[in-house]
Design a protein around this ligand. Structure first.
Ligand SMILES: C[S@@+](CC[C@H](N)C(=O)[O-])C[C@H]1O[C@@H](n2cnc3c(N)ncnc32)[C@H](O)[C@@H]1O
Length: 289
């Protein structure tokens, strides 16, 4: 551990931020690699007379920040870590960095299933880093969850994240195309959640390069109109959900109404579009019959 005065640290931090990048990414770097928690970062802003203890020296942190700015590589991939809700998750370029807006999916589930003692059987299709499933498995300790993904590398990361976050054993990981690995659970799920790839192909081409170059394409593109995977998930959902089971989907900012119509067409009831924090109809939910 290296000790540094608050004043020296703040001077150095401002110098780094003046080169570019955003505060949030810098905070991730300081926390994950520097070993300075976000609360300690805030504290030193208020009281610069204090001292800080660093896990790595400033030159090393500066070199990672420089690489982030030069290559536009997301800081989470360079640090190998991201924070999502109250989880600290390992991420590599095999998994999408779970987004802050997706955190709301967990709150939507909390709003539907209010008792944490519920014994639910839930599925998450396309788990990536495992963020959503891990949060749910930990919040509902008497429930069982199955998280699937087409990518075995992603599932290995999700499994590690689950082991690092929880000492329970109520979440399993299966590999395969959407519902396919869940054949033996037909008609049994109380709840299924998915944040599938939903970006239309033409929109993908114009995404910022930090997303396009570094994040897995398979996690992002949803065919020509973005609805290819959402449509398939909805169409097969009635085979796998219990009667009155819920399907909760994340979609692109302008897809809510179309996803709503797809759910209605497939006999879902209580269909609703739910806004994210920026007022975008980001989630569409429904209950099977
Ligand atoms: C948008 S990412 C979501 C990851 C994670 N659930 C989250 O919210 O951060 C979509 C995920 O779906 C997976 N996926 C893509 N095509 C799939 C398919 N045909 N079957 C199952 N999973 C698929 C990707 O590998 C990726 O992990």
């Amino acid at each position: 551990m290296l000790s540094i005065s608050g004043e020296e640290f703040l001077f150095w931090k401002n110098k780094q931020l003046s080169k570019g990048g955003d505060q949030q990414s810098f905070a991730v770097l300081l926390d994950c690699i520097g070993g300075i928690s976000v609360s300690d970062q805030n504290l030193i802003n208020i009281n610069p007379e204090g001292n800080l203890r660093l896990k790595k020296n400033l030159e090393f942190l500066e070199s990672i920040w420089g690489e982030h700015l030069l290559k536009s590589c997301p800081i989470q991939y360079l640090c190998g870590i991201t924070f999502w809700r109250d989880l600290k998750l390992k991420v590599t370029n095999k998994v999408l960095i779970p987004r802050p807006e997706t955190e709301l999916i967990v709150d939507i589930v909390f709003n539907i299933f209010r008792k944490k003692s519920e014994k639910l059987l839930f599925a998450e299709l396309g788990t990536g880093s495992g963020a959503i499933s891990i949060a749910l498995a930990m919040a509902y300790p008497f429930s069982d969850g199955i998280a699937t993904d087409i990518d075995q590398d992603a599932l290995e990361i999700a499994t590690k994240n689950y082991k690092n976050s929880s000492n329970q054993s109520n979440l399993k990981f299966y590999c395969g195309h959407w519902w396919t690995p869940l054949e033996s659970f037909k008609g049994k799920f109380d709840l299924a959640i998915s944040n599938p790839p939903y970006i239309p192909k033409s929109t993908y081409e114009n995404l910022p390069k930090e997303v396009k170059i570094f994040e897995p394409k398979i996690a992002l593109i949803g065919g020509e109109d973005g609805l290819k995977h959402i449509g398939e998930i909805i169409q097969k959902a009635p085979l796998y959900l219990k009667e009155k089971g819920w399907l909760i989907l994340e979609n692109h900012f302008d897809q809510g109404e179309k996803v709503k119509q797809l759910l209605i067409k497939n006999q879902f009831k209580s269909v609703e579009i739910i806004n994210d924090f920026s007022g975008v109809g980001r989630f569409t939910i429904g209950r099977y019959k």
